[in-house]
Write a protein that binds this ligand. Structure first.
Ligand code: FAD
Length: 412
């Protein structure tokens, strides 16, 4: 089999990359280990990712599927700490671009994207797994295995690894590098929330800070069918204090210990088994090499707190396709300067915000009493995903601006 590009994985990074490549006339094959719909975490999207969906020609399919699949219109983020409530409206932001998006059950969302790219002629080998890669010859050769265990190989001009937490090429090529973030664990489920409408703005993700530990937080991500994704994130040690090893019982106990959530979820029906993920932050020594590039979570993954994962995944797809398109047209390209560095610029903005979230600086900014409208719009932009907009001072000088603002907020 001969393809221009083999894409490993049909998550958002893989399908957006495939759609963009297909539109440019390349022969693309996605190899996807699972059959869709399949569960995936990462349900709150950011408005910036709507631009990538549009550019890839996938936005109409998402909009058309929104009602059937209970995608929830989203216009911002709300934060709760004790009695304090603070929210950001993404429509009031510094950067140009969409100000709203959706919260989605990823099983449906990823399936909608995959079906759309398949309908356009991109082949997807469902249930096939990439098990090896050989980059020594003129062209990359990837080894795959079908569901019967039959092995075969595919020669291609280039490989995009969009395998997410599967991290196929980082493992095979020994590119994995430990993340700077400590190992955290997330425990989560889906519930029928039964929250009275006057107590919950369903158009925003709700992030609650633990009443005793500033580095422990909860997400509540509403869908449009009266259900929510509910999760808690903490260092792995935090979970050891709970007697039950059953994730469901442990999650119930943690929620019952958190006054504002206990009240909000007093009528909730916990009808779905809880799941746990540990140590998901990851990094790599490089994002590209001869014949391959790492997209989305197969590269670096920071942290779930600002829901940046899918947006970064799609941004990486766009940058990688632009770079590869030049290369396949015979132009000289510099993958470090044209792919890795531009991608890392925005990832590094998020990194500053994530670090400041866990050490409390950003929380003090969020919950400050008198917020300047201008600064609020700049921060709102980043929370909406526009972490690459160098015109925003909080992008250009994230760390310095963050420190100064946190200091001012603490003094006031
Ligand atoms: P994925 O979506 O993981 O897709 C990778 C695909 O590759 C999978 O379908 C997999 O089956 C396939 N694959 C794996 N190995 C192989 C193989 N060997 N061969 C073939 N196929 C393979 N992000 C957000 O944007 N919003 C959120 O609210 C959010 N919340 C999160 C909460 C938690 C607790 C965590 C851990 C992450 C969260 N994220 C969130 C991040 C989000 O999950 C990821 O960033 C996003 O799914 C990455 O997309 P992707 O396309 O890179 O990979």
């Amino acid at each position: 089999m001969q393809f221009d590009v083999v894409v490993i994985g049909a998550g958002p990074a893989g399908t957006v990359a495939a759609a963009l490549l297909e539109a440019k006339g390349y022969r693309v094959q996605i190899i996807e280990k699972q059959h869709f719909p399949r569960f995936s975490i990462g349900e709150s999207l950011l408005p910036y990712c709507m631009e990538f969906l549009e550019e890839a020609g996938l936005l109409e399919a998402v909009k058309a599927a929104a009602s059937e699949h209970h995608f929830q219109f989203k216009n911002g983020a709300a934060f709760v700490r004790g009695e304090k409530y603070s929210d950001f409206d993404f429509q009031r932001k510094f950067s140009e671009g969409p100000g709203t998006t959706y919260q989605v059950q990823r099983a449906s969302f990823d399936h909608v994207l995959a079906k759309e790219v398949e309908a356009r002629g991109v082949g997807i080998s469902w249930g096939h797994e990439i098990i090896s890669v050989d980059l020594d010859g003129d062209n990359p050769v990837v080894g795959a295995k079908d569901e019967e265990g039959n092995e075969y190989s595919i020669t291609t001009s280039f490989v995009f690894d969009a395998s997410g937490f599967g991290r196929v090429l980082p493992r095979l090529l020994e590119l994995d590098r430990p993340s700077n973030f400590p190992s955290r664990t997330s425990l989560f489920t889906h519930i029928e929330d039964n929250i009275p409408s006057n107590e919950f703005d369903r158009e925003k993700i709700r992030v609650t800070v633990h009443h005793q530990h500033q580095d422990v937080w909860f997400w509540l991500i509403p869908f449009s069918n009266g259900r929510c994704s509910l999760g808690v994130v903490a260092k792995s040690e935090f979970f050891e204090q709970f007697e039950s090893s059953d994730p469901q019982a442990c999650l119930r106990q943690i929620i019952d210990d958190e006054p504002s959530l206990k009240e909000l979820l007093r009528h909730a029906n916990f009808d779905t088994p809880a799941r746990m993920i540990t140590g998901y932050s990851s990094d790599v020594s490089r994002l590209w090499g001869d014949g391959f590039a790492l997209l989305g979570n197969a590269g670096e993954f920071l942290d779930p707190v600002f829901s940046s994962g899918v947006t970064i995944a799609m941004k990486s797809a766009k940058l990688a396709v632009e770079t590869l398109d030049k290369q396949l047209k015979g132009q000289q390209v510099d993958w470090q300067a044209e792919y890795a560095e531009p991608l890392s610029a925005g990832v590094n903005t998020f990194r500053v915000f994530v670090e400041a979230w866990y050490d409390g600086r950003f929380q003090d900014i969020i919950f400050a009493e008198n917020r300047s409208t201008k600064i609020e719009e700049m921060i709102s932009s980043i929370l909406a995903g526009y972490a690459w907009d160098e015109a925003n001072p909080y992008v250009k000088e994230s760390e310095r601006r963050m420190n100064t603002l946190a200091e001012l907020c603490r003094l006031s």
